[in-house]
Design a protein around this ligand. Sequence first.
Ligand code: SF4
Length: 376
Amino acid sequence: MALGFSALAFRRKLSRWYREHARELPWRGVDNPYATWLSEIMLQQTRVATVIDRYQEFLQRFPTISDLAKADEADVLALWSGLGYYRRARMLHRGAQFVEREMQGKLPGTVPQLRTLPGVGEYTAAAIASIAFGESVAVLDGNVERVLLRLLGEPEDKSAQGRARLVAIAGMLVPPAKRGHRAGNAGLVEIDNPAGDHNQAMMELGAMICLPRSPLCLQCPVMDLCRTRGEHATATRAKMQSRTVAHLLALRKRGVETEVLLERRAKEASLMAGMMELPALPLDATEGREPVLRLRHAITNTNYYVQIFTESSASGQGKDALGVEPSLVEQIPAAVGDLEWVTTSKLAHLPLTGLARKTLQRLQMMSVPRLKMGKE
Ligand code: SF4
């Protein structure tokens, strides 16, 4: 299999560009395999800007694998709230318990060993092994695939053979491991990590220059080696669907506290099991009522047009024959999940779904202070 250009020339151009243009991200240049693992899991299917704050918050709350292993799952999910794909948080938590129990608390450094951890697939194992441990193994994510296909001028091939071919090409480009150490605060510190830097540079090139639509070829460090130098036909993304949904915001006072009614998804639910959200309402129960809030929330290929109702958002059109407006709480479908009243001061620490968090933030419910009683 021939690349059609020199791998060495490619690496040099890419590495020079990466040194000058790489974004400063909190997980880069960090000598902490656990932090690399965390960042790689968080970055799966989530935008960098969203991950930045959550990554730092997570590391502050659970600074080591051991801290994470000892944590309650609900606390881990609460910190993950807003990042979506909560299975990742559960797997990370179980992974930390596995490392603590079976590996003396030390994250292993090779792809086969890393693959034994829950939630760590081929891509994540290669990223951790190269970035945190300097292994010479190529990382092949969607960004890297696109860069390679355009460089080679080849059409997208989603078959197992097509994928194997790209893995082999990515492997031809990754530099050999070069290990060196110096004394650092945390013991011996790697002085050079060409494989890890190369993988990060490939992903950075895909994320910042070789964009899915309208690549910035004039700014590309490897433009003279590229056969495409422009947009490359790749499979079109699935069309976005639209759905309208309704949720109830029910509040009550309990002494100095305000409580909000939340529904906890069943443990067996196929999506976001155990997460909490505002109770869903059937759309026909809200007919004739004006929502207190409308917002749009996108999850994968669906745009949710969300309407939030309160008991007082009645318009009068929904009254029954006796002129009584039916209570919305009574319209919550039975047996969807458990209903719980929780104090608003605790909301920030609960495993809320991304939509619930966004809604409660918009309604300024996340930080409703306790009422002051007498001389507090
Ligand atoms: S020249 Fe353009 S298409 Fe080719 S790798 Fe660079 S950005 Fe991508």
